[in-house]
Design a protein around this ligand. Sequence first.
Ligand code: PHE
Length: 357
Amino acid sequence: MSLAAFISDLDALAAEAATKFAAAADAAALEAARVEFLGAKSGRLKDAQKGLGTVGKDDKPAAGKKFNDVKAAIEAAFAEAQERAGAGGAKVAAGPPFDPTQPGLRPRLGHLHPLTQTIEELKDIMGRLGFTVAHGPEIEDERHNFEALNIPKAHPARDPLENFYLAVAGKVQGSGFGVQGSSSTSNTDPKNPELLLRSQTSTVQIRVMENQPPPVRIISLGRVYRPDTADATHYPMFHQIEGLLIDKHVTMADLKSTLRLFAGSYFGGEVHIRFRPSFFPFTEPSVEVDMQWNDRWIEMGGAGMVDPNVLRAVGYDPEEVSGFAFGLGVERVCARRHQVTDIREFYRNDVRFLEQF
Ligand code: PHE
């Protein structure tokens, strides 16, 4: 093969390669063109290299140089085409151009948990009846959870099995209960009180009355804890709404009409209230409160007239003032209104349940 023929073949190859690289529509076409020209085993450049052995001896250096130049040119053409495909390809993959006239995608908004919604609504209803919201800690001492509420040391409500006492190093907890036999532990020692997760929101009654003179008109909503096994109607943590009204001449009739207004506002429509005689150490008389809505009675919690011993424990004069208190289960009222049959649903955090509210 003459040097001239070798050179013209190579030039033709370079031109063809450049055209094909430039025309490749996508990455696959470009790759096919790369294999055709630059393929290591049977690429056309590789074929052309065989011509090197057929040119005359004197022409070899010139032919070699030409070959190297053309090889570099084809590689450069490929690199350039590849770069263009990279930049342009991304644009094609992104789909049609942005159209500002298309309707937007509505973001999925969450909402408050049904119990939180209930708590807010109950605050609102009681606020309209003149009750302000009071708060108390969830970790309590025995004075506020029991003693000032007229729950004496040996009372079964103080049993360690009925409460979440907190372990404090070197101390037997729940010693207020006689069975522990360690009643020498001074659970009334103000410097070293027994602590527990509060078992009722009645603790807040004491905290409020300790800090202000009568009259009092508060509600308190929050978590309470009892070591109950979880089932459809029990959970070791649940919420109560506590109400307390202290003034001159408060009667049981005030209690009943307050609860009736409250229930009527929350459930809507006619709600009947039924009191059944009961016992709580901190109220006298005490009642269980049932509410009837849509022809079904449901137990809502306890209530009663504040026991004179409780008034005395906070420095109030039972001859001067009287009052009522109630404590209702928030899960119960919420479940009743929404026909939830298992209160564990409130804590499973299953979005399919929660998004219904
Ligand atoms: N604290 C009582 C309970 O948890 C309910 C209650 C509150 C009863 C206020 C009377 C007065 O069962």
